[in-house]
Each structure stands twice: as structure tokens, then as C-alpha cells.
Design a protein around this ligand. Structure first.
Ligand code: APR
Ligand code: ZN
Length: 252
């Protein structure tokens, strides 16, 4: 039995797979942001996990109070090393953008809490641009009635709503189209911090694998697609990803 620690063997294998890939697509979920202080949904202390036990969400930080963590910056490095071709994220916390991911290289499938969007022309705005004050205008969810004092689209005068995609909201067209395009081209998909339990997002890794891509899953808890993975590790993303970047810099 080799005496190399298991994590080193896993890091070596993952780094080799990334080095050998021609078209790496990264897919992230709430688990990549827990080391920034945000709760995930279905992890051991997740929002839904606790709700099922009749517990309130763990006292976590608010989106406005958190910063990207080492895992986000490791993905930024994959971008800067031109190894990552595209990033599909389910997160609305804006931490990938804040870590320096180019907005042309990411689809935020469930939207972004910092943005509002026009229901007619789909243009995105920050709340500052719109002068949208949540204390006066509310959260602006699609399911809440439009108010007479709501700011309207600066482009076409259409109704403005939150850019967060809530359950039962339609998926954002552009983000889905771009994700489908890049997932179909990828030869390696790297899943980080997702329980892969919400469709249609969770279809992307499965489809990529079916399309002949290799699949890596970095996730603490088991996922329904672990049996499809070429390698699956249960380390914290903020711990293993910097190791993988360090290894890549040695072997490239
Ligand atoms: N490193 C690696 N994995 C982690 C870490 C970490 N530091 N922290 C948590 N995880 C894992 C958990 O084990 C869990 O399986 O991340 C996974 C997060 O899964 P979910 O909480 O289900 O989050 P996600 O997959 O993004 O949920 C998808 O569900 O509620 C909706 O719209 C919401 O976008 C969300 C969607
Ligand atoms: Zn508009």
C-alpha cells in the first residue's frame, strides 16, 4: 500500500486530468461558498437540512458581508491559466464575479442577488443604477405584486424584478443556452460543492458524462452522480483546490 497520503494521490490524479483536458467546464454549488461563511442548503448544517428538523437557518453571514474564499480564487486561477473554458454556477452570491471571473465565462443559472432584471428586455441592472431601495421597494420577486413606486427598466420601461431565480421561476434563457453549449463541448467537467439534487442544473454533469466527458466531483457529502464520476473526493474545496493549482503549476 503506497505510503503517499491519499489526498496527494487524489490531487495528482485530478491535476493530470485537468492538464490533459482540452475543454474544462467547472460546475459549482453552494458548497463552494460555505468556507466564506454562507450556509449551503443540503449539507449537514444546510438551510433545508435544518428546516426539515424544525430548526432555523444556522446563524450565517449575509451575502453583503462575505468575501470569496480560497476555492473561488483557485477557480479564478484556472481561468487565468486558460485551463477553464467556462463556469456554470448555481450560486446567487456573486462571489465568483467578485473573485475576478470574467462575466463572459460564467452562467449564474439561479441568478445573482446583486442584480435586478427587466421582464421585457432581460437587461440586468444593479440596484444602485435603478435607485431600487429594498426598504422602500421590497425584494422585487416576480411572485410579489408590482408597486406603483417601483423603478422601471432604464432601457424599455418594462417591469423590473430581482435577478434571483426562485423555485417555479422559469430558468434564464441566455444562461441556459450558454451552459448547454459549453457543457456539450467539454471533455472534462469539474463539479465542486453541489448535492446535484436540483434540475435542470444537475443535468449538466450527467449529460457531459453521457457525451463522453470525464467527470470529477469534489463534494463533502455523497451525490446521486458519484457512480458516474471518474474520481470523487470528499475534501473541503478550500483545502484541496489550492493543492491542485499548486500541482498544475509544477506539471504544466
Ligand atoms: N467543500 C466541499 N463540499 C462542500 C463544502 C465544502 N467546503 N461545504 C458544503 N459542501 C457540499 C455539501 O456536502 C453539499 O452536498 O456542498 C453541497 C451543497 O449542496 P446544496 O446545499 O444542495 O447546494 P446546491 O447543490 O448548490 O443546491 C442547488 O438548490 O435550494 C436550491 O437554488 C438553490 O442553487 C441552489 C440549488
Ligand atoms: Zn427592459
Amino acid at each position: 500500500m503506497s505510503n503517499i497520503p491519499q489526498i496527494e494521490r487524489e490531487v495528482d490524479k485530478i491535476a493530470e486530468m485537468i492538464k490533459d483536458s482540452q475543454y474544462l467546464v467547472v460546475f459549482t454549488g453552494a458548497g463552494i461558498s460555505t468556507e466564506s461563511g454562507l450556509s449551503d442548503f443540503r449539507g449537514k448544517d444546510g438551510i433545508w437540512t435544518r428546516k426539515e428538523k424544525g430548526l432555523p437557518p444556522k446563524h450565517g453571514k449575509h451575502f453583503d458581508d462575505v468575501k470569496p474564499n480560497k476555492a473561488h480564487y483557485a477557480i479564478k486561477e484556472l481561468q487565468d491559466m486558460k485551463l477553464m473554458k467556462y463556469l456554470i454556477s448555481q450560486n446567487v452570491d456573486n462571489l465568483h464575479i467578485e473573485s475576478g471571473i470574467d462575466s463572459s465565462l460564467i452562467s449564474e443559472l439561479h441568478g445573482n442577488y446583486k442584480l435586478m432584471k427587466c421582464m421585457d428586455c432581460d437587461t440586468r441592472f444593479t440596484r444602485v443604477e435603478l435607485k431600487w431601495d429594498r426598504d422602500i421597494h421590497g425584494r422585487g420577486f416576480r411572485t410579489e405584486p408590482q408597486q406603483a413606486n417601483h423603478p422601471v427598466c432604464l432601457e424599455c420601461g418594462g417591469r423590473i424584478i430581482s435577478a434571483v431565480v426562485n423555485f417555479n421561476d422559469p430558468m434564464p434563457e441566455k444562461e441556459m443556452k450558454m451552459s448547454k453549449k459549453h457543457a456539450a463541448k467539454c471533455d472534462l467537467m469539474l463539479v465542486i460543492g453541489s448535492s446535484l439534487s436540483v434540475q435542470p442544473a444537475s443535468n449538466f454533469p450527467r449529460k457531459a458524462k453521457k457525451n463522453g466527458a470525464k467527470l470529477i466531483i469534489i463534494n463533502i457529502d455523497a451525490t446521486p452522480q458519484d457512480d458516474l464520476a471518474d474520481i470523487r473526493v470528499a475534501h473541503k474545496a478550500g483545502k484541496i483546490l489550492p493543492y491542485i493549482i499548486e500541482k498544475l503549476k509544477k506539471i504544466l
